[in-house]
Design a protein around this ligand. Structure first.
Ligand code: AMP
Length: 280
């Protein structure tokens, strides 16, 4: 497995290999777990060469404390990636990514409402940072296919839109959320949970499952029932629990054909997000 720190080294690798091989790309912020590895596995199935990037992008953090405390486990990450059969790991520093010569032109207006609701509303500037860094990475890696997790569903919609707006010749793959046995969606931030908090961290999954199993019904009613059943003591400070249309994140009604349940909340000092597509 090649570990590259320089954008120039990555570019020359791509230049040599792209004509012959298809390239699958998995961008990450490190502190890897089996959710990330599932994306590498899917990329290996779909493509000849798999490139993974590890870069904790400061511009997408709206909370400095969260950025400063973001877990970093690079040695373990490299072990997991090597074991999964990843071909290239790109571990740039800030300057390698944010070099002015490489600066993409981004028109945020073209993204419409999907960058201003839910995560976009609660984390001002978050998607601007995501769009900027993902565009820069796509221009460097020139992937044929990219792999993102459903865990960050709204991010998937934003990246799909980014590909469309830029006319990138890239196939977008959304991979299912990987969960712990008790349903908690794997996340790099989960290691911050205390053992008591870890037990309570299944509440979002329980609420999502309850709503999904009881669909169709009035969204407000289902949400209220889910909260009353699983979070009546307000253990989790819910930021949003909403049922929306999976295509554009507009609020769902009982007739919505592709409903998506979106959740975000804070447990202790750890922010959890999760979502579930309702099987009709
Ligand atoms: P991150 O390192 O948090 O930026 O995540 C990198 C990629 O891994 C994103 O596409 C995430 O959606 C994806 N990812 C994170 N957690 C999971 C999970 N539990 N299951 C599947 N994909 C995930």
């Amino acid at each position: 497995m090649l570990v590259l720190k320089k954008a120039s080294a990555l570019k020359s690798y791509i230049y040599q290999n792209k004509p012959k091989y298809s390239i699958g790309f998995v961008p990450t912020m490190g502190a890897l777990h089996l959710g990330h590895i599932s994306l590498i596995n899917q990329a290996k199935i779909n493509c000849d060469i798999v490139v993974c990037s590890i870069f904790v992008n400061p511009t997408q953090f709206n909370n400095k404390n969260d950025f400063d405390n973001y877990p970093q486990t690079i040695e373990n990450d490299l072990k997991l990636l090597a074991k999964a059969g990843c071909d290239v790991v790109f571990v740039p520093d800030f300057n390698e990514i944010y070099n002015a010569a490489n600066s993409p032109h981004i028109n945020l207006d073209k993204f419409g409402k999907i960058i201003n609701v839910f995560e976009g509303e609660l984390r001002p500037g978050h998607f601007n940072g995501v769009i900027d860094v993902v565009t820069r990475l796509f221009l460097l890696v020139e992937p044929n296919q990219v792999f993102f997790g459903q865990k960050d569903y709204q991010q998937c919609l934003v990246v799909k839109k980014l590909i469309e707006i830029n006319n990138f010749d890239i196939k977008f793959n959304m991979c299912p959320s990987v969960r712990e046995e008790d349903g908690l969606a794997m996340s790099s931030r989960n290691i911050r949970l205390s053992s008591d908090e870890r037990k309570m961290a299944t509440i979002p999954y329980k609420m999502l499952k309850f709503i999904s199993q009881n669909w169709p019904n009035k969204p407000e009613l289902l949400i209220k029932q889910a909260i009353d059943k699983f979070n009546s003591e307000n253990v989790i400070k819910i930021e949003y629990l909403s049922i929306c249309n999976a295509n554009d994140l507009s609020f769902a009604d009982i007739n919505t054909t592709k409903p998506l349940i979106l959740f975000a909340g804070v447990l202790g000092s750890t922010r959890l997000i999760d979502n579930m597509l309702v099987e009709n």
